[in-house]
Design a protein around this ligand. Structure first.
Ligand SMILES: [Zn+2]
Length: 360
């Protein structure tokens, strides 16, 4: 439990982009600007995302994931084998964002996150957090029975092909001395909602949970010295969650994952309260979702402290760290407000400082 001090503050990863950066991502995708020219402009933009987090007081900062069209599509952007925009919505009933599907055998083309991480480390003296999508979430989002079977007969087979690629990326991030590495696996959390399972035609939920656990453990096998988190949430677009419900169904499985910390969406009422934490594994750090990014009202520190005090009924102070419920804008198309995220992160960090003083 020594890998993060109590009440350390993290982002989950993404931050809302200024409109000109959102336009830049769109222009890059449409071919109106070259990838190289877009990178040059993003090299100018990203330091402001870093400085914003440092000014808010965060202990672990990201690059805001401003270079990514989405937190999971970043895998398809780095690995050949996908065809763009084949899938509508990508699992969310609200998002209109189209998604790629795998159509041919995977072939890594360039790093997923290592270049971003190298830039982040060069521009920040803070500890850093870098996220990569988990193989299970990649497999749920980008394997499709109508488009993908000639490349990979089953979703499981596709996931197995993703595992060594994600593992290689995690190892590269460790080699860069990234302080905190996160596997984004919201699609494990979505399983708790029966209407999602019905929508996706999921009959054997235990098998799905097992796929997620196995993929995380195969990615992290032998990497015990690194500090690795898994992020779980109900996914969101335009302040609406894709699913809802308590994490009772999956909470015990978290104890079987070979990682150090779980950053879990818990501030929103859509997560069904904190009771599921009674079975939170006793040897893991909780990344308590303490900011509800779907609520436009900016939390005051007292509200964050109240949320922490509620969590203390289940998890002791030495195993609690703080983060917002999710990245504020996991896709660049997600219409979220950058200044609002700054104010919310600031309130979270002010609360964390009070808690650090109280429990030191
Ligand atoms: Zn999330």
């Amino acid at each position: 439990m020594t890998k993060a001090a109590p009440f350390s503050t993290f982002v989950v990863g993404s931050l809302p982009r200024p409109q000109w950066v959102r336009d830049l991502i769109e222009d890059r995708k449409a071919g109106r600007i070259s990838g190289a020219d877009a990178e040059t402009l993003l090299d100018d933009a990203v330091p402001s995302a870093i400085r914003m987090q440092e000014r808010a007081g965060l202990d672990y900062v990201s690059d805001g994931e401003w270079r990514r069209e989405s937190y999971v599509k970043v895998f398809a952007d780095a690995v050949d084998g996908f065809e763009s925009d084949l899938l509508a919505g990508g699992g969310s009933p609200f998002s209109t964002l189209p998604y790629p599907a795998v159509t041919t055998a995977l072939k890594p083309n360039r790093p997923i996150a290592t270049d971003e991480a190298r830039f982040l480390k060069s521009r920040s003296a803070s500890k850093n957090i870098v996220a990569v999508p988990s193989p299970y979430t990649i497999a749920r989002r980008m394997w499709d029975p109508h488009h993908s079977t000639s490349a990979y007969a089953t979703r499981d087979e596709f996931m197995d092909a993703c595992i060594p690629i994600v593992r290689g990326e995690v190892r590269a991030l460790i080699a860069l001395s990234v302080e905190a590495i996160q596997l984004d696996d919201p699609w494990l959390a979505l399983l708790v909602d029966p209407s999602y399972r019905e929508r996706e035609g999921i009959k054997d939920v235990d098998h799905e949970i097992e796929m997620s656990v196995r993929s995380v453990n195969e990615v992290t096998e032998g990497l015990d010295d690194a500090f690795i988190s898994v992020h779980l949430c109900h996914a969101h677009f335009d302040r609406r969650h894709s699913t809802r419900g308590s994490y009772e169904l999956i909470i015990e499985a978290l104890g079987h994952m070979n990682v150090d910390r779980f950053a879990i969406e818990l501030a929103t009422p859509d997560s069904g309260g904190l009771d599921a934490l009674k079975n939170f594994p006793t040897d893991k750090i909780l990344g308590l979702g303490a900011i509800d990014h779907t609520d436009q009202n900016v939390e005051i520190p007292e509200i964050v402290i109240q949320r922490v005090e509620n969590a203390l009924q289940y998890v002791p102070a030495e195993r609690i760290t703080l983060n917002p419920d999710c990245g504020f804008a996991p896709s660049s198309a997600n219409p979220m407000d950058l200044d609002e995220s700054y104010l919310k992160l600031t309130a979270m960090c002010q609360a964390a400082q009070i808690l650090k003083d109280r429990f030191s």
